[in-house]
Design a protein around this ligand. Structure first.
Ligand code: SF4
Length: 356
């Protein structure tokens, strides 16, 4: 059964060939953790991210060497590249001159308005969008004095940056207001979404190591998406960034915002006579080749209830004692020895989707 969330229609911008906002699908992005100037290492990581399904990637540009590495990186990758820049307007200009696809820079932090104008002008000339990214750790003293460290403070800070660019007649923006607390993040994005029509980049910042970070990101990003808020997402984990992509994809798939393989498996109970936990893990691993197929596959713990309980699944296996069943849309196809369950299931799917 499909439930559709109506998404708030935001202004559409374009980063390289990826549209963000408007009617564009929610895109997935990540950030490298290599030294950007180490072109080989950075490209290697971006390739891994691309393979995992990353659609836009950001690199830190803290110095001139990193800005100079942009053309070499761009020539070897297939997804749009964003430069993450703090303060230094010269690095932003250099990144644009070197072919970057978007910038993340907060104009209020640049200082001199002539420098901000120089960045806005070259970005506009080259159709380069800018992300304004405010988080709870980077609020100005004045904002903190006025609003404390609150969701309102984040939003007011973001709006200040927005108005600087708008006054310079620059409008190709997306905005983020991340915090490491989920309730804080939710309130900030809800408030921001009620005030602007620019596309929003969602994330829970510094969400932690893989397990806790995945949960916080899923709850934070998932809640906002379910409310129709958000146009592009980045899961931030203290992990290899490839893990961020898997999590982001699962969040989007779980909300029907992206087609792809869904695995369902039963929690096991006193009727289970098979090592279902390992069976389900193996199925998950082996089915990764079908990741983009819009199918649901069930892994169930008993032949009596399994096929019925997973009747909505397109394909399924149900384990018994030494043998198991293969079923399709709740209908049993055959009974086979346990050790052939996974390979038969894969063959069946392959046969139905010949190109795989
Ligand atoms: Fe128990 Fe079978 Fe249901 Fe799994 S499918 S929870 S083993 S009854």
């Amino acid at each position: 059964m499909l439930f559709d969330f109506s998404r708030k229609k935001t202004k559409k911008i374009k980063i390289g060939n990826v549209e963000i906002g408007g009617d564009a699908p929610v895109s997935i992005q990540s950030m490298t953790n290599t030294f950007t100037e180490d072109v080989d290492a950075t490209v290697k990581q971006i390739k891994q991210l691309e393979k995992a399904g990353c659609e836009i990637v950001r690199v830190a540009v803290p110095n001139e060497e990193a800005a100079d590495a942009v053309p070499a990186i761009k020539s070897r990758i297939n997804i749009p590249l964003i430069a993450d820049i703090h303060f230094d307007y010269r690095l932003a200009i250099k990144a644009v001159q070197n072919g970057i696809d978007a910038l993340r820079i907060n104009p209020g932090n640049i200082g001199n308005i002539n420098y901000v104008k120089a960045v806005a002008d070259i970005a506009k000339e080259n159709k380069i969008p800018i992300r304004i990214g405010v988080n709870s750790g980077s609020l100005s003293r004045e904002i903190k004095k006025k609003y404390g460290v609150t969701p309102k403070a984040l939003v007011e800070s973001a709006l200040e940056h927005v108005s600087i660019l708008e006054k310079l007649n620059y409008h190709e923006m997306k905005i983020s207001v991340k915090a490491s607390s989920v309730p804080f993040t939710l309130e900030a994005y809800r408030l921001l979404s009620s005030k602007v029509d620019y596309p929003l980049h969602l994330g829970v910042t510094e969400s932690g190591t893989e397990f806790k970070g995945n949960i916080k990101s899923a709850v934070g990003i998932g809640t906002l998406l379910a409310e129709g808020i958000g146009d592009t997402v980045r899961v931030s984990l203290t992990e290899n960034p490839v893990s961020e992509i898997r999590t982001a994809k699962e969040i989007l798939k779980s909300l029907n915002l992206r087609p792809g393989l869904e695995l369902i498996s039963c929690p096991t109970c006193g009727r289970t006579k098979i090592d279902l936990i390992n069976l389900a893990k193996n199925v998950e691993k082996k089915l990764m080749i079908f990741e983009d197929l819009p199918i649901t596959v069930a892994v169930m713990g008993c032949p009596v209830n399994g096929p019925g309980e997973a009747a909505e699944a397109d394909y399924g296996i149900a384990g018994g004692e030494g043998e198991g069943l293969i079923f399709k849309k709740g209908k049993i196809i055959r009974k086979i020895p346990e050790e052939h369950l996974i390979s038969d299931l894969i063959e069946l799917i392959k046969k139905d989707f010949m190109s795989y």
